[in-house]
Design a protein around this ligand. Structure first.
Ligand code: HEM
Length: 140
């Protein structure tokens, strides 16, 4: 059974005391009937409309029974492509896989030079000292 998909704008329009929708973890909840019963008060729910409320919800450390309770108010999913940029940190970054392979090869080169370059400089300094000492007795 596929659930309804809303755009961010659709959800953001439901931002009143008599019509209040929230986005938590990519899911949409119509909490209008719950406003008066919410132990944290209706104000916090109303200020959490029009944006992604995931962080606010998680920051409170809601109990398992609160999470269970949420299901009653579930009305659909949000189209993640319509979320504003600052909300997308709550979703797994889809471009992470290809970019990490580039990053890891660049990281390997940096790590290589981090260890090899100081050794090369050290070797060069020793070589200079060695040849410098070797030259001196010949001069005397
Ligand atoms: C459908 C969504 C939500 C449900 C079902 C829900 C449910 C609950 C429940 C059952 C509690 C009592 C404590 C617990 O059992 O964890 C609670 C407390 C609270 N909630 Fe929510 N909540 C929802 C969304 C939110 C959001 C989006 C916020 C913040 C913007 C929020 C802020 C709070 C606060 C501040 C408390 C009071 C905590 C305390 O005084 O200890 N809630 N909520």
């Amino acid at each position: 059974m596929s659930s309804k998909v809303f755009t961010f704008e659709d959800v953001a329009n439901h931002n009143h005391k008599n019509d209040c929708w929230l986005i938590i973890n990519g899911k949409v909840y119509d909490v209008t009937p719950f406003l008066d019963d919410h132990p944290g008060g209706d104000e916090v729910l109303l200020t959490a409309t029009g944006r992604d409320a995931t962080i606010d919800f998680e920051d409170v450390g809601h109990s398992d029974s609160a999470v269970e309770m949420m299901q009653k108010y579930f009305v659909g999913d949000v189209d993640t492509n319509t979320l504003p940029a600052e909300s997308k940190h709550n979703l797994p970054p889809p471009t992470l896989a290809p970019s990490t392979s580039n990053q890891s090869s660049a990281g390997f080169i940096i790590q290589f030079f981090q260890y090899v370059l100081p050794l090369l400089i050290l070797g060069f300094a020793f070589a200079l000292q060695f040849f410098g000492k070797k030259d001196k007795p010949e001069e005397n």
